[in-house]
Design a protein around this ligand. Structure first.
Ligand SMILES: [Fe+2]
Ligand SMILES: [Fe+2]
Length: 372
């Protein structure tokens, strides 16, 4: 029998120095913060078999003697008191390798708020024990062991979340910030390669934001492998960062729905390229090439795509590269409810899309898909 106490006995405001009573345990130490005792108990119960857990309500004053390797936070992020309470603990939060936010209202606004508060991972929706344990069990660092390997990922995830939020709230987009995040991804991939990017992103993000990060990474690496110039690379990563911005007005419940979409949901999803174009078209700093890529990234050479059923030469090179990157990224993304598709299998699916994608580009893409 373990010497670790039942975490529920320490859930709620912690007395004294706030140390978990199992400090002598060698099991990793996780600190849980929540805005109600019920939430605190539920999370502590989910974790206590594998971790030493200390719980603390956000409205309590507590100091931990020990730095946890992970902090799990579940709170209503539309409540200003909760936000203030989390901010007050920001110095302590920064010391934990993992800062996992369980966001109840899976709206772009709440997810964006979680990133702004320093989340390294956001898990939206009801408490999912399997996802949470998997996130905590994953090694936090890639093998490279570089000092702050997740900086580019976090900057980019925050940029994407803010972009979706700005659209939702009708606020101005931070175009320069988004492009800057794309540039950081390009730097990171140039230095560490695509595989490291894919692994890190899939470990830290779920759903729509993961998808945008993966597409951007794949598009950059595809561009690098093709030897495109600096200006084109910039167009490519900017287009990739913005490509699904039209999804900002589609509920996350549909965007991140496990399994198949019904006809109405599919029709709603298919509005996103034109909606994205409409959001962006009045921004002076967004070039016509980027606008074109956002609007047309679901077009196919045989005219079977949407929204404008473009065909052949009316689909330009940046769009063709982005479309291939988009499909590949969607196939290999990590979802907690299904196994991740191996890159070879995803590449074979692209090869099977005869007539829709440019054959020469698919051939060039092989190296990116399989070995970079
Ligand atoms: Fe899309
Ligand atoms: Fe996409």
């Amino acid at each position: 029998m373990s010497t670790v106490p039942n975490a529920r006995t320490i859930a709620g405001p912690i007395k004294g120095d706030g140390s978990p009573r199992a400090a002598q345990s060698t099991r990793p130490f996780v600190h849980v913060l929540a805005d109600t005792s019920d939430k605190l108990s539920a999370i502590c119960s989910a974790l206590e078999q594998q971790f030493t857990v200390a719980g603390e309500r956000l409205d309590a004053e507590a100091r931990l003697a020990q730095v946890p390797f992970a902090i799990v936070i579940r709170a209503e992020l539309r409540d200003v008191d909760n936000i203030a309470a989390i901010k007050k603990r920001s110095a302590r939060l920064a010391k934990a390798t993992k800062r996992i936010f369980l966001v109840e209202h899976s709206s772009h606004v709440c997810i964006s708020q979680a990133y702004a508060l320093g989340a390294t991972l956001v898990l939206p929706g009801p408490l999912n024990k399997t996802s949470l344990l998997a996130a905590l069990a994953d090694p936090a660092e890639p093998a490279s062991g570089s000092a702050q390997p997740d900086n580019a990922v976090q900057t980019a995830a925050t940029a994407i979340a803010s972009m979706f939020t700005a659209v939702t709230l009708g606020q101005p987009l931070d175009v320069d910030g988004t492009k800057e995040a794309g540039r950081k991804i390009a730097e990171r991939i140039t230095e560490h390669g695509l595989s490291e990017w894919l692994t890190t992103v899939r470990r830290h993000h779920e759903g729509t934001y993961q998808h945008c990060l993966l597409v951007t990474g794949v598009a950059i690496d595809f561009g690098l492998s093709l030897g495109v110039g600096r200006a084109d690379l910039e167009r490519l990563y900017s287009a990739a960062m913005f490509h699904d911005i039209g999804k900002a007005q589609i509920p996350l419940a549909i965007l991140d729905k496990p399994g198949r979409l019904d006809a109405d949901e599919r029709a709603m999803i298919e509005t996103h390229p034109a909606a994205g174009y409409d959001f962006l078209k009045d921004h002076e700093t967004i070039s016509p090439e980027i606008l074109d890529a956002v609007r047309h990234h679901h077009e196919y050479l045989d005219g079977s795509g949407y929204p404008d059923a473009l065909a052949g030469n009316s689909i330009n090179d940046i769009v063709r590269i982005l479309t291939i990157s988009d499909i590949f990224a969607a196939l290999i993304e990590h979802r907690h409810y299904k196994p991740t598709m191996p890159r070879t299998e995803a590449y074979n699916i692209l090869c099977g899309m005869t007539g829709k994608l440019e054959k020469a580009l698919i051939t060039s893409f092989k190296e990116v898909a399989l070995s970079r």
